[in-house]
Ligand binder design. Structure first.
Ligand code: SIN
Length: 325
């Protein structure tokens, strides 16, 4: 039998997968980010065999991902970048909270040259639960790490494999909390084997690698906020944000990018004042279809949900050229 010598590196960042509750029956009243990554790994039966080689770990952060900070993103991306360059590394697995996981996935997809798998995994039940889901998700991540052709930033949760661009948390409680929307997941993990529904993402260098270099050399992150269109919307929030020095605004518009006229006027004022504005839709599926007459004044963020459009705009304001998606 051929012995696998390449290692898998697990980067711990906290989340429910590392959460602890006072009672085993409590699936929601826990504190996220309590169990050290090495203890998480040690508690998964069969993980060493599933890794098929050395398993390294690092605790990059220990947080509830609702509190995700740019500094953690920068540190995480830097560690991924270094491991991706290292020929002795087969794959990087990241344990992460579910709440902002889709943002981190899109950020890493944008800034890394991930020709190997970078696998974000997570849990919806804390490590102390009667039936924690983290251990199976970690085992499934190991299976994806070994799947022929696997590459890119991927999310492994509840037996499904999702791409960084499509993945979105869609449920606040269910163990199967993520969806890839209309396109569906890339595939599934079943008894340690990956069954693909689609091709792996193309091997491509992240479009915003330069932004990561800028942050590493001390550039400060721009301020980008999200506003939304809804019945009775007005321009007051946008005007206040502009007065407060915001540099970018993403608007979660209604339907096919429509905006209350008062909000539209405020966003156009913001843009004239030098704020970068991007239009997305608050609809969970589909994407805004550009009409020749409709969006001339305010640029669209092509096909990204608002939180990912914000990540893209942050990176653009750090000097990256916007990708053609
Ligand atoms: C978190 O996002 O860190 C807490 C919630 C979760 O992981 O499910």
């Amino acid at each position: 039998m051929q012995v696998e010598t390449k290692k898998i590196v697990v980067l711990g960042t906290g989340g429910t997968i590392a959460g602890k509750a006072a009672a085993a029956g409590d699936n929601i009243g826990y504190v996220a980010g309590q169990v050290r990554v090495q203890d998480l790994l040690a508690g998964v039966p069969g993980l060493a065999q599933a890794a098929q080689g050395p398993l390294d770990f690092e605790q990059v952060a220990q947080i509830d991902s609702k509190n995700m900070e740019f500094g953690v993103w920068a540190a995480l991306a830097q560690r991924c970048h270094e491991h991706l360059q290292d020929d002795s590394v087969r794959a990087v697995v990241i344990t992460h909270g579910t709440d902002t996981l889709e943002e981190t996935a899109w950020f890493l997809h944008s800034v890394l040259d991930a020709r190997k798998p970078v696998l974000l995994t997570c849990a919806m039940r804390p490590a102390t639960a009667i039936a924690p889901d983290g251990p199976q998700n970690l085992l499934d991540a190991m299976a994806v790490a070994h799947a022929p052709g696997a590459r890119g930033v991927l999310v492994v949760c509840a037996g499904a494999v999702h791409g960084a661009r499509q993945v979105q948390k869609v449920h606040p409680y269910r163990v199967d909390a993520f969806s890839s929307g209309e396109g569906g997941p890339l595939g599934w993990v079943e008894e340690g084997r990956v069954r693909l529904a689609q091709d792996w993402p193309q091997a491509q260098a992240g479009w915003a690698q330069g932004a990561l270099e800028k942050v590493a050399s001390g550039a400060s992150w721009p301020r980008v906020e999200i506003v939304m269109n809804y019945a009775g919307a007005c321009g007051a929030t946008v005007d206040a944000l502009v007065r407060d020095g915001v540099q970018g605004l993403v608007v979660a518009a209604t339907g096919n990018g429509t905006l209350h006229h008062a909000l539209q006027a405020a966003l156009e004022r913001a843009q004239q004042a030098g704020v970068a504005v991007r239009v997305t839709t608050r609809c969970p599926l589909g994407q805004v279809l550009s009409l020749p007459w409709a969006h001339a004044a305010l640029p669209l963020s092509p096909g990204l949900i608002p939180v990912k459009a914000r990540v893209s705009l942050l990176l653009e304001l750090l000097g990256a050229s916007a990708p053609t998606l």
